[in-house]
Structure formats: structure tokens, C-alpha cells
Design a protein around this ligand. Sequence first.
Ligand code: PLP
Length: 481
Amino acid sequence: MVQSESVRVRGHKLAQLLGTWSAGQRPSSGALHSALRQLILDGRLAPGTRLPAEREFADVLGASRTLVASALESLREDGFVASRRGAGSWVTLPEGRSAAATGGWFPPEDGETINFAQAIPGPVPELTNAVDAARARFAEQATGHGYQLHGLPALRERIAERFTRRGLPTGEQQILITNGAQHAFALALRLLVSPGERVLVEHPTYPNALEAIRAVHATPLPVPMADGGWDPELVEATLSQGSPRMAYLVPDFQNPTGALMSGPVRGRIAAALRRTRTTAVVDETLVDIDLSSDGVPPPMAGFAENQVITVGSASKSFWGGLRLGWIRAPEEFVQRLVHGRAAVDLGSPVFEQLVLSEILDGADSLLRSRRAELVERRDGLVAAVREMCPQWKFRVPDGGLSLWCDLGRPVGSRLAVAAEQHGVRLAPGARFAARGALERYARLPYTLPVERLRAAVSKLALAWEAVHDTGVVDPWQEPVT
Ligand SMILES: Cc1ncc(COP(=O)(O)O)c(C=O)c1O
């Protein structure tokens, strides 16, 4: 970990994160060591974070400086903290654990193993009708050379209208059609971020976004998610102290936590983006998967029009196989993207774009059915986990496609290994971490039919028992009792 990448956590913030770290007992260096280690393993203190000076730390905790020094010394021995004279101390991860196995991970379907590793719904039933309708219109489009770097005008218009209906006036010239949201993010990164620069990410975050950041030789700068959402103070501090070139945010049913950013927090983070002149890519891939009747707050771009590049996708709303997404940005930026795009690809397939514009014509009723089905599946999964794995804790999300489960112990990766042996492919929390950690979590998607979800959870319950029974102790993890 290069210490200069880091952000300093203030003493009062750290004390707040530590909460009742001594659990009502006499404060001891052992208790402080365990509490800090837990914060790091949970990803709530991201690797690279600079710790307060010992004296400040001791003052805010009301503990002696010797106690703090001794706790930090033990953390250094375990590989959770590094220090350099004159530069202070910062959070690290023990060797071998800092490169989380993330991204690019689409294991083959083998028919027997239940795929719980991906949160991807199947196609909407109306897809076939849309294909037929597109075929009928195809002849009128199949003229000329067929290369349209911006995308099909009719589709761009429909996407622009959807933004306008959500309260964000948008012209067709502000829309670029891409081959999915991941492609859109990669195009934006390519244009804006240079090797060695930093990209602020939520922690946990979408693993393939981390892959895309690394692919341009940039460094993810993680900001831990607080319980149930964003801590605007931490985001502001990271923006101003970490000087990221870009921020990648998923405010609408964040993957994997399912959290929804409130209007006021959007406003506050947007103000910080403006203040620090940071461009944010706001990924709205899951915005349609709103499972409450409350609606979502206005789009982030409405709070910082020149600072936000919005990325959207047809994958979760309609079907991933369409491989279509879009970018909404100021017109001048769209033009720059179109020029940059020519080095990578020369536009999206015309036929699929026609299919998507047909789908968008009837999107409202179609999304109603999709949401109703996902509510049933979410509730089915919630009931199954409460019944068969009652120790696991989670917040029932108002949208998105998964439960972010707190297993109560840092055994996510071990559970995933045991689950595979029981016929379930599981995404452990570490897959969503920028640099390891988040071992206490696992993501459980509710995109399969309820019967299949129940079968998966019953296998996970067996895997959970096996994790308890093995007694195998990874020196990095706490023993499981
Ligand atoms: C937050 C987020 N962004 C992007 C993607 C990828 O979307 P697409 O299929 O449009 O490339 C996903 C898919 O899981 C996602 O969850």
C-alpha cells in the first residue's frame, strides 16, 4: 500500500466507528486491537486509511497512550497496520490477502451447481414480441453503412425522454448508446483517468467496476459504506483529501448492499463533487429495480449537471443478452466519448437497438411485472434465510437484486468454498472489496425462482455447519466456534 494514496480518518470519526470497543470492561490494548481488526476485516476501515496520531487517538478514546501504542504494535505484527517514522500509521492487510479475487468472474453454468454468484434476472417475457416487432421495422433501418457511433436516433430519443420524465431534462444529443453499462464505464475511464490516478469507489462495490479501474492502471480509493448507506462526511473527506480523478457511485440500489441514497445525501455529495471538481460516474444499472412503492429520489445528475456522467443499462430491467446500455452526459463530453470510442469499437448492433426501443415503448407495465416477481423472490429468500440460517443478519433492501448478509464471523471465503462443495456457487464479501477484507459478508441474490432459492439456502445451511465443524483456522481469521 502506497501511503500517499491514503485518506486520514479523524480521531472523533474513528472513536465513533469503534463504538463501545471495550464492551463495558476496563479498556485494554487487547480489546482495542480486536475492535480495530474487526473494523478492517469488515471493510469499515479501508486499507490505506491513515490513522490519527497516537496522542490524538488516545485522547478521543479516553485511554492511555501506552494502551494505544500497544494495540497498534499488535496490529503491526499481524500485518493490519504499517507505520513509518514521520509519516504515521495506516491500515494495511496481511500479505497475500490484499488482492481480493474480484471481477471478470462468470463461471460456466454446469446445470447441477446452483449459481448464487450472480445477481442477474432472466429476460422479460415480452422480449420475443419485441424481437418480432423489430424484425418488421428492420428493413427501413438496414440501409447505408450501418455504423452509428452515437447509437440509433430513435433509441437515443427514447432514453432521453425517460430521463426527462424523471425530472432531468435531457436532449437526444446528450445520449450515447453503448454495449452495456460496463462498456460505458470503461469508455468514461479511458477518456478521463490516466495511469496512477485514483478512482473513489464505495466499499463494498461492483467487482467488475474495480476490474475496469485496474484495467486503466488506476487505483480504487475505497470509501466504506456505513450501516444501510453512505456516510457523506467520509465521502467528502475522501474527495478532498484523496484527490481522486473520478468517483464511481451506485446511488440507486447499490450493488451489493441494495442501499438507496436519499435526496439530501445526493445533494451533499454533489456539492462536494462540485467543490472538489471531481467527475462522478453514476451507475444507474439498478434504478428500475425499485421494489418499494416509494419511488427513487431524483437522478444524481440533477444535483451536479456538469460533474456527473450517468450510466444506464438494459441488462437488469429487460435482459443482459441485449448487451445495451447508455451514457448521459453534457453534449460536449458525449462528442469526446464518440471520438474516443472509435479506438475501441465502432458502435452497437442496430437490430438489438431496435428491439430495445420496442421494449421501451411498453416499459412501464413490463417493469411492474418484473418488480412484482422480484418482490416475491426477495421475500422468499428473506424467509428462507431467516428459517435456515437464522444467525445471519441483513437489511431487507427496497430494491436491487440481492441481500448483503452479515455472517457474524469473518468466514465468507471459507463459506464459499464449502458452498461449492455442497452445490452452490456463492459470492463471498471479499469479491466486492477493493483490497481484500469484507470477509464477514456474503451476497445472496434473489433472481432465481423461490423453490430454487430455498434449495440454495438449504445447501448453504449445510455448508455453514461444515464451516463450523472443520475447525480449520486461517491465521488471518478468527477461530470459528
Ligand atoms: C452496478 C452494476 N453496474 C454495471 C453492471 C453491468 O451492466 P451491463 O450488463 O449493462 O454491462 C452491473 C451488472 O451486474 C451492475 O450491477
